[in-house]
Structure formats: structure tokens, C-alpha cells
Design a protein around this ligand. Structure first.
Ligand code: ZN
Ligand code: ZN
Length: 749
């Protein structure tokens, strides 16, 4: 390996030894050998001799002002030319991660003048040489915009094009594959795995030579003869497109992109679509259920349907070989061949019932016999949102303080299927009318026409009242969480998705109320930070990854907000919050064995969250005088796990935000994968007529909120709410509840 390796840092604040001309955000470095020998001396020195990029002199800088970077991230950040912006960019960990995963020929979106355009990566690397004494210069992306148009951009202006990546053509290494450590480059003689444009399978071979061609490192590979009889040969690929075989175990090759089918719904000309009611023949007779998923399963031939059966005669809860495809109660899920199912048509002709095998299934099929629109409807696809959902008289029509219910139902059901098992689970006879109203009068019309009349929600409220749950359900303003917990818990007895564990005990819950004690120092928090801080204060962990995570924001009473603004985290990384999951060392990225509670608040780590370390890094970190009193505890380690391989991250994705302003609830939908895929819903946006009139609900596209989500934190912090756009202000300042779902059950990917 190269002897002249450097360790990189970014200056986080002005402090001792930082030259006056240097602003926070500047990148500096020290030779790795020297750094390690200084560390091993245990001199208790707080001073590190570093050089700044663009300056050949050495400065002795207080380590408190430094934050360590990987060489790759240092290159990405150096491409940003304003120091302060570099520090903001560092906080966008997701953007850095996404950029690091990009390769030559990756389809991407590029930001130019505030607009994201599609393009293709042609080159990743330096644009021009830095000063001759600099060890690195900025890493840029050269993007082909088509028609001979090309731009050079830093990582902040480029992101993977999720839509286009879904199309089968340019295949890259699947995301599930563990990322190889950057310090282990492909070399001559290595066995490697790679993907080519025209084949979906991974191919294998041996690297014969690595050399630079036109400024890019290329690998010359002698390919293996494959089992299908394809002949071996030679291929030349950019080094970034080649993976060492040891990082790509063979069982990852066959993962089919199952969600492609799910979006189109139609299967091979059959009229069975997502959410169709079907009949399936099992050994003991016919069973009935709803199609919740369509696609291909690993190691199985042909198209499969994931069914949620009416009865508990299935075998799964929506998982197959430990991977989740949809959510349903245990023993109601069943994966079957398309050919073994037929459509269950409840009203073949008027008044006639389809004969069923038992009276119990007959009862449930009757629920779906409605006025000519008996099929259940899948959530609105992100591409159909504009056509189906956006406009005046769209969404759920408000009436008489119903906004808490309107906004909760709209958020949960219009574009997400995460709680659909509520609609299809077997219910007690006394609860069936409520479930029927929910499915037939609210969710189906919402997804089919994008509109629900006020009378439908009123029917639901009356039914709740008749059941004696609350005398004021038809008249008064309530909290959305009160309504959700009533429906999910008391009436339809759904298994609570959140499993909190504290001191060995496990508690289930439907939503999680963020609670902060007064020791935090958050000012402009992200939802991620709030969740971590709250779990830290409460000494809580999650015992499993929830399918649905509803977070309530901290408030004192109904009206006092704890923070002027909260930044919605589009993704919530809950890896560190899972009690029995493998953790990643904060410093080296390898598998961690220790957790340190005291380090949680240590300002030296300006990344938030729980602090896990491997044993080597922990002893280094805790040899520092200020941390010698810490007591790191062993954390969960999976048996037989490969050392130094970073565990996969568990992430939840944001799909809706409920907001409250002077007792009126409204909601935002994050309905698609693009940053601008936002819609705003108000069930009482306008009114026609006086006391005998009616409310006009409205759904508005609000792509403009993306601008604020992309804004550097320092700029956002200084922005007065009155200077923000009207809708952005509501999203950032009035958030009441954030709704996250596991990406495994989301429909766009
Ligand atoms: Zn480590
Ligand atoms: Zn510590």
C-alpha cells in the first residue's frame, strides 16, 4: 500500500493554533504514519501538527477544532469552494454516502440553477491539479446532460436518479452488497465480480492489470466461462465498477427487482392486480384473500403473489426468507403462484353470490360487494399523484372539527400501504361496520378518485360514537393520536408496530412521543436528532425495526412549541437504536463491540447519535485524558459475523407530516422519491356558502419546500419564519407528528 497516506480533518471552529486566515470548513491533513506514532506516544497532547490544503506550512492545531474525514469525503468536500458551505455539506451525510456510491455511467440528477435534471456520470475525480504540494484536490463529477452538454459539479449538486436506476438497463452492484472498505482497492491477481450493461447477472473474473487510461483507473479483467455456456474473454472496466469477490457473496446475485411489477399492477395479461380479491386453492379447500404484493421471489421461478388471507391459514406475516415484502398479521400471509389464484368476483351478476367453501369466508367476501366498485384500490402511485390527487375538491372534505381525522386518514392511506392490514384483518362482528366504512367509504374512494365526501368521515365518527368510545366524537376537535390509537388499538386490535425496550422489558406502542430533558443543546434539530436524544434520555432502544413509526414532536401543552423550527429528516437511520442489531464503529466503520454513553454528548464528535466503537478505536478514543473516566459497555454482536465488515443500515422513510396551527390540523405528503415530491392537504381550505354551506378540501403540490430542505443549516437557522414560503413555514414550524415507514413496504423504489 502507498506509504504516503494522509489522514484528513475539517476545521469545525476557530481555536488554538488555527491560523487567522483559516475559516471553519477548511480541510487539513497529516501523514498517517506520523499521526499513528503521535497517537501511540500517549503524550496526552491536545495539539496536532497539520497542513492546510493550499498552504505548505505546518500549523500546530488544537484537536478540539478538528473533525476527522475519510480521504473520499475530504475530496468531495474540497470540491466546494466556500469554507462555511463545506461545513454545512458535511452535515448532509446522506448526500455524501449517495455520492460515494456513484460510479461512472450511473444515472443521476444534477442541480443547475435550482432545477434537477437527468444526466449520466462520465468521470469522477479532480478537475485540475491543486497546488503541487497538496496531497488531494477536489473530487468533482463530470455529468453528461445529453446532446453534447456537460457540466462539472461537486457532490452537493448530484444525486442518484432513483427512477432511472429502476429501469433494467444500467445495472450496478445491488445496494444490499456490503460496501468494500475504501482502503482495499482492486489489484492485479484479485478475483472480482462485476456487472455489465446487457446482463442482469453478476459476472466473475480475474484482474490482469490495473492502469490509468485517460485520467481514470481501469481494470483489465479476464472473465470466467459461465454456466450458461457464455464464453470467457476480456473486458476493461473503470475500477469503481469492479468489486472484489470476497465482498460479493454469491447469494446476492439472484435478487430480483421485484417492485417493478408491483407498480404496474397488471400481471401477464391476467386481470389480477394489486389489491384484487382472489381465491386460492389450498390442500384443505379454497381460501380467500387480498393481493398485497406481486413480483418475483429469490430462488423461485415465475411470478408470485403475496396474499393476505382472510383467515389464519397462511404461513407468514408478509416476509419470505427473512425479507419483508408487505405487512400483515402473523399466519395470514401466503406467497403463491399466480396460476393457482383466480379472481374472487363477489357480484358476478346482481344479487347472485359466488359460492364459497365456508360460511366464514362468505361473510367476509360480502364486505366487498358495493355499488359497482367492489375492487380494492392500491395507494396512489407517485406518478399518478398530480393527475389524481392534486387540486380543489380533492382529498377528504372537512366538516365540523373533523380536520384531525381528515389529515390523519389522508396521510396514512392516500399514498402508503403501511397500515393497510387494518383494512383487511379479520374484525369482530361488532367492529366490522367501522372497518367497512374505513375501507369502502374512505380509503377506496380516496385512492380511486382522490376525493372523499364529508359524509363518509361523519359516518365513521357516528359509528365510533355509537360504539360508546367518546360522546363528543361527532362534534369536538380531538388529537390525531387519540383517533389513531382508538382505531388501531381499541377497535381493530392491530399489533402495535413500535416495540420499545428499556431495562430488559419490552413495551409496544402505536406512536412514540419525543421527550427531551433539559440537558440537550439542540437549537435547530432534525427529527433524527430529536429521536436519538429522546431515546438517550429515556434509555430506550427498539427491539426490532418497526414497519411504521409515528413520532410526536415535543410540546408543552397544546400550543407551546419547544423549537422554532424542526428539520424533517427524509430518512431516519435507526440502526443505532436497535437493541439487538450489529453496530458500526464511529471511527473506522467496522463492526463495533462497545457503546459509550458518555461519548454521546462529547462535543469532539460532531456527528449526533449513539456512539459505538470497535475495541481498537475505543481504546484510542478513551486514552484521551478527558475521556478516561468513561465506561464503555459491550454492545450486541452477532454470532459468526465477519469482522470489519460494516453492518447494513436500517432506515425508515418519511411519508407524511401532520401539522397544527391554532387548533387546525393539515398535512404534508412526501409521496415520491424526488426531493420535490411534496403535497399539502387542507380539508377546509376554503368554504362555499355560510352555515348551510360546505368546506372545499384542497391538495396542492408544494415542490418549493425542497429548497429549504436543501438549504445550508446556517442559512436556515437565520431565516425568520415570516420570510419563508407559506407552506414551507408550516412544514418546518408547525410539525406535530411525523410518519415514517420501512422502505420494505413502500411502493416507490
Ligand atoms: Zn473502529
Ligand atoms: Zn466514551
Amino acid at each position: 500500500m502507498d506509504q504516503k497516506q494522509d489522514v484528513f480533518f475539517i476545521i469545525t471552529e476557530r481555536g488554538k493554533g488555527v491560523p487567522l486566515y483559516v475559516d471553519p470548513g477548511k480541510i487539513c491533513y497529516i501523514n498517517e504514519q506520523r499521526y499513528l506514532s503521535l497517537l501511540s506516544q500517549e503524550s496526552e497532547s491536545q495539539i496536532l501538527p497539520v497542513k492546510f490544503l493550499g498552504d505548505s506550512l505546518e500549523y500546530k492545531v488544537d484537536v478540539g477544532c478538528l473533525h476527522q474525514l475519510t480521504a473520499v469525503y475530504a475530496g468531495f468536500l474540497q470540491a466546494i469552494d466556500v469554507d462555511a458551505e463545506r461545513l454545512d455539506a458535511l452535515l448532509k451525510k446522506d448526500a455524501l454516502e449517495a455520492a460515494a456510491a456513484l460510479k461512472v455511467d450511473s444515472p443521476v440528477l444534477v442541480e443547475r440553477y435550482g432545477v434537477w435534471n437527468p444526466g449520466t456520470v462520465r468521470y469522477i475525480g479532480s478537475r485540475n491539479k491543486g497546488a503541487y504540494y497538496d496531497c488531494i484536490s477536489g473530487t468533482f463529477f463530470r455529468i453528461d446532460l445529453g446532446e453534447g452538454d456537460e457540466v462539472w459539479v461537486p457532490f452537493t449538486q448530484v444525486k442518484p436518479d432513483v427512477q432511472s436506476a429502476m429501469e433494467p438497463a444500467p445495472l450496478s452492484v445491488p445496494e444490499q452488497a456490503p460496501k468494500p472498505p475504501p482502503e482495499d482497492p482492486v489489484q492485479e491477481g484479485d478475483r472480482v465480480v462485476f456487472f455489465t450493461d446487457h446482463e442482469k447477472r453478476a459476472r466473475r473474473g480475474m484482474v490482469m492489470e490495473v492502469k490509468q487510461t485517460n485520467g481514470e483507473m481501469m481494470a483489465y479483467i479476464s472473465t470466467d466461462r459461465d454456466e450458461q455456456g457464455g464464453k470467457g474473454g476480456d473486458i476493461t472496466l473503470p475500477i469503481g465498477c469492479v468489486l472484489k469477490e470476497k465482498y460479493h457473496p454469491s447469494d446476492m446475485e439472484s435478487m430480483a427487482p421485484y417492485q417493478q411489477l408491483q407498480d404496474t399492477g397488471m400481471v401477464n395479461g391476467s386481470s389480477i392486480t394489486l389489491y384484487s380479491r382472489v381465491r386460492v386453492k389450498l390442500a384443505k379447500g379454497f381460501e380467500y384473500g387480498v393481493v398485497r404484493w406481486i413480483g418475483e421471489l429469490p430462488k423461485l421461478e415465475g411470478t408470485r403473489l403475496g396474499l393476505q388471507l382472510d383467515s389464519k391459514s397462511g404461513v407468514s406475516d408478509g416476509t419470505f426468507m427473512d425479507k419483508r415484502y408487505f405487512m400483515c398479521p402473523p399466519k395470514q400471509g401466503l406467497f403463491v403462484k399466480l396460476s393457482s389464484c383466480s379472481l374472487d368476483i363477489p357480484h358476478a351478476s346482481a344479487g347472485e353470490k359466488v359460492p364459497t367453501s365456508s360460511t366464514s369466508t362468505k361473510q367476509t367476501t360480502q364486505h366487498y360487494e358495493t355499488d359497482g366498485e367492489s375492487d380494492n384500490v392500491p395507494p396512489v402511485n407517485s406518478e399518478d399523484v398530480e393527475r389524481l390527487l392534486i387540486g380543489r375538491m380533492k382529498g377528504i372534505q372537512g366538516h365540523c372539527n373533523s380536520c384531525y381525522m381528515d389529515s390523519a386518514l389522508f396521510s396514512l392511506f392516500s399514498c402508503s400501504s403501511v397500515l393497510d392490514s387494518l383494512l383487511f384483518k379479520p374484525a369482530e362482528p361488532k367492529d366490522q361496520p367501522i372497518q367497512r366504512t374505513l375501507l369502502r367509504d374512505i380509503v377506496n374512494p380516496l385512492r380511486r378518485h382522490g376525493f372523499v365526501e364529508a359524509s363518509s368521515v361523519m359516518r365513521l365518527r357516528k359509528q365510533l360514537q355509537e360504539r360508546g368510545y367518546c360522546a363528543t366524537f361527532t362534534t369536538d376537535e380531538k388529537d390525531p393520536e387519540e383517533f389513531l390509537s382508538l382505531i388501531m388499538n381499541k377497535i381493530l386490535s392491530l399489533e402495535p408496530p413500535i416495540k420499545l425496550c428499556s431495562g430488559g422489558r419490552i413495551q409496544s406502542s402505536f406512536c412514540y412521543q419525543i421527550f427531551l430533558d433539559d440537558t440537550h443543546n439542540l437549537i435547530l434539530p432534525t427529527v433524527q436528532q430529536l429521536m436519538e436524544q429522546s431515546f438517550y434520555s429515556g434509555q430506550l432502544k427498539l427491539s426490532e425495526v418497526p414497519s411504521c413509526l409515528i413520532l410526536q414532536m415535543p410540546r408543552f401543552g397544546k400550543n407551546f412549541k419547544m423549537f422554532q423550527k424542526i428539520i424533517p429528516s427524509l430518512e431516519l437511520d435507526i440502526t443505532a437504536l436497535i437493541s439487538e442489531g450489529p453496530q458500526q464503529c464511529l471511527l473506522c466503520g467496522g463492526l463495533a463491540g462497545l457503546e459509550c454513553a458518555e461519548c454521546f454528548r462529547d462535543p469532539a464528535f460532531n456527528t449526533n447519535g449513539f456512539k459505538y466503537f470497535c475495541h481498537t478505536c475505543s481504546s484510542q478514543v478513551h486514552s484521551h485524558p478527558s475521556r478516561r473516566s468513561h465506561k464503555p459497555c459491550p454492545c450486541f454482536m452477532p454470532d459468526g459475523c465477519l469482522h470489519s465488515v460494516a453492518p447494513p443500515r436500517d432506515k425508515m422513510e418519511l411519508f407524511a407530516v401532520l401539522c397544527i396551527d391554532t387548533s387546525h390540523y393539515v398535512s404534508f405528503l412526501k409521496y415520491g422519491p424526488n426531493t420535490t415530491d411534496w403535497a399539502f392537504f387542507d380539508s377546509m381550505s376554503d368554504r362555499e356558502g355560510e352555515s348551510d354551506g360546505y368546506n372545499i378540501p384542497e391538495v396542492r403540490a408544494c415542490p418549493e419546500v425542497a429548497r429549504y430542505l436543501d438549504m445550508p443549516l446556517t442559512q436556515l437557522a437565520h431565516l425568520q419564519p415570516r420570510d419563508m414560503g407559506d407552506l414551507a413555514k408550516r412544514l418546518f414550524c408547525d410539525a406535530y407528528m411525523y410518519l415514517y415507514q420501512s422502505p420494505n413496504v413502500s411502493l416507490y423504489h
